[in-house]
Design a protein. Sequence first.
Length: 191
Amino acid sequence: MSAPADDGFGPYVFALTEDEARVAAARYGLRRALAGGLTTSHLAPLAAFALTVLFVAILGLTGLMGRRPAEAILLVAAALFLLQRLVARRRFFASRRAAAAEFAGLGAASLVLTVEADGLRLDGATSPRRWRFVDCIDAEDAGGLVYLWPRSGAPAVAPTRVFADAAEAARFARHLRAQLARRLAPGQPDL
């Protein structure tokens, strides 16, 4: 167990409201879906569909392909494109459901967020969870919540209402970013 950090933060005692847990889960689900290549798998089929339509239209208008085969190809391309969109949409919603399940235990439970020298610890409803700064990639203050995003798994979340004021919440988010930058700097040993 790490010694508490001497930075003037925490520990913070709070309970996430149902809305805060829902918002955090939705944000986590979106980031999880985008990290899984959803953007690429969303844009590549669109480009392929547009190029197919353009190519078949040119062949159809120049007379190098008959009208009926061109229409058939366009219908098949449209059906494949819509099928791919359906699959991508299902993946997105499955990712959001999985994220919501991870946050289900945090809603309305008394939680204690402790800032340690090498990361954050959350004690409360479930078994204690730790986020080491070396295992995290980003920290942000968005929508009334401060997030510490790990490379994989659910983020550490603290509502900004637990801080004395908005300035302290912003200072806390800056502190998390500074810790991440320090850990990711070249030549820094992993702790």
